[in-house]
Design a protein around this ligand. Structure first.
Ligand code: BG6
Length: 475
């Protein structure tokens, strides 16, 4: 990897401490990352020494030992304060100074680990100081959420494009960095077994579940403004859907892959309000622990109508998927943490088992692709019960990935890609806008959320979305 300066805006924040610094440390020490010098930027009045102390603590909290991280922090971490309302001139001087001291050729990453309201002013500041023009490559990384609706995403894209070319922009959706999500492409396009069945002729419906046990956990202020549709559906679940539904790209490169994902988004029919169920958790118990009512969480309005659960039935109107519902659901304070795709195949067209004397109810074959907490595949099929009389029962063929070796954390993968200049796992400008466009009517006129007790599987009303007596599939 090229020698470069990695600038983290929001360097004293939670994301920088819990994810970015540990991922960079792992990358730099575990792989040959060349020379990476880190410049932390934030509003706090810190100097290099106190920033290094904080970073050391963050790395120790992430499981590294004080001894191993000390030298790393001392050698390559720097800090620059940019107070609220201050321009970025001092930052520009500092960057020039650090690049000269460390003999860096002007390759720069600007990582915005900031609250969304600070994205615009920071991009503006970087642009105005000419920091986006350097002798080397310059890349801008923007955290989620990219905008809070279609209009704000368009405005942000416009501002970003005033200073950066789209080829320099890396919009993060950390789900795309998960090993398991990337594996979807390998599963689909490295094997032919399922690809022939991957269409409306053979598939009855697709269900995508991202269930969390977590509540809003002190993030009430943010969550009240976001809710499940902005926080999870518009980005993570929709990204997984595009990977399941897309056509084979013409090449394994960022342009071809993202073109196919955008085509999926453009093919989704406008959402019918009858295809949406929202929910909000009430007091209950998750994993044996008491959970308060969402409205009693800190910084949450007593009469809040923010959804902590969302289930949506989507229709991808193209030749491959016409008529196959894609059911997506996510919720906080649910019974279990699970991220999973269930592909339910159609029933056999003719059943000649009906006259058999014993239990001969046939089940749809189901392919379960589980991404969290463990990673694996399961194929559910019907087989004959051993014995003379005819009876059928479901069995499961099961494969679980061995948890051996170091599985890179999503941020590790994504940061390595930024530094290497690979945009495949990042969301393109038109893609993020297409996703907002899809959910905008739902954001404009959300239905009232149904209350659901913490520790369950969400509102009962979501069952009706699955249709025809079917149910949500959860492993
Ligand atoms: C984040 C959301 O983007 O994703 C959180 O803001 C959510 O609300 C988290 O908990 C889930 O990510 P993961 O990696 O824990 O599945």
């Amino acid at each position: 990897m090229d020698r470069h300066l990695f600038v983290i805006f929001g360097a004293t924040g939670d994301l920088a401490k819990r994810k970015l610094l540990p991922a960079l440390y792992h990358l730099i020490t575990g792989r040959d990352l060349g020379v990476c010098v880190v410049l932390g930027v934030a509003r706090s009045d810190l100097d290099d020494a106190s920033f290094r102390d904080d970073a050391r603590q963050a790395l120790c909290d992430a499981g590294f030992s004080e001894g191993e991280v000390r030298e790393w922090c001392d050698e390559r971490l720097h800090y620059q304060q940019v107070a609220e309302g201050e321009d970025h001139a001092a930052l520009a001087d500092r960057i020039a100074d650090i690049e000269a001291t460390h003999d860096l050729p002007g390759n720069r990453v600007f990582y915005l680990a900031l609250p969304p309201s600070a994205f615009g002013p920071t991009v503006q500041g970087i642009g105005e100081q000419g920091l986006a023009e350097a002798p080397g490559w310059v890349r801008l990384v923007v955290e989620k959420p990219f905008g809070r609706d279609l209009e704000s995403a368009q405005e942000l894209n416009q501002l970003v494009h005033e200073h950066f070319d789209e080829r320099q922009v890396y919009r993060i959706d950390h789900f795309l960095g998960k090993e398991t999500v990337q594996n979807l492409l390998t599963f689909r396009f490295a094997n032919t077994t399922f690809e022939w069945l991957w269409n409306r002729d053979r598939i009855d419906q697709v269900q995508i579940t991202v269930a969390e046990q977590l509540t809003v956990e002190g993030r009430g202020g943010y969550y009240e403004q976001a809710g499940a549709v902005r926080d999870m559906v518009q980005n993570h679940l929709t990204q997984v859907l595009t990977l399941i539904a897309m056509e084979a790209p013409s090449a394994f490169d960022p342009v071809a892959i993202r073109n196919e994902k955008v085509k999926v988004l453009d093919s989704i029919r406008p959402i019918d309000p009858a295809d949406v169920v929202l929910g909000q958790y009430t007091a209950g118990e998750v994993a044996g622990e008491g959970v308060p009512d969402y409205r009693d969480e800190p910084k949450v309005d007593d009469h809040s109508t923010t959804a902590t659960y969302a289930a949506v039935r989507l229709h991808v109107d193209n030749w491959r998927w016409q008529g196959v519902p894609f059911l997506i659901r996510t919720g906080k304070a649910l019974e279990r943490k699970v991220t999973q795709i269930a592909v339910r195949f159609r029933q056999a067209p003719v059943s000649f088992f009906e006259s058999a004397p014993e239990r001969t109810e046939l089940h749809n074959d189901v392919l379960l692709i589980t991404m969290q907490p463990e990673e694996g595949f399961e194929l559910r099929l019907d087989v004959k019960v051993p014995g003379k009389r005819l009876a059928v029962r479901p069995i499961s063929l099961h494969y679980e990935y061995p948890q051996e070796g170091h599985v890179p954390e999503a941020y590790e993968t994504l940061l390595a890609d930024v530094i290497e200049g690979d945009q495949t796992l990042f969301v393109r400008a038109d893609e993020v806008e297409a996703a907002w466009r899809l959910y905008q009517p739902l954001l404009d006129a959300p239905p009232d959320p149904f209350p659901y007790p913490a520790g369950g599987w969400g509102p009962e009303a979501a069952t009706a979305l699955v249709g025809g007596g079917r149910s949500w599939i959860t492993r």
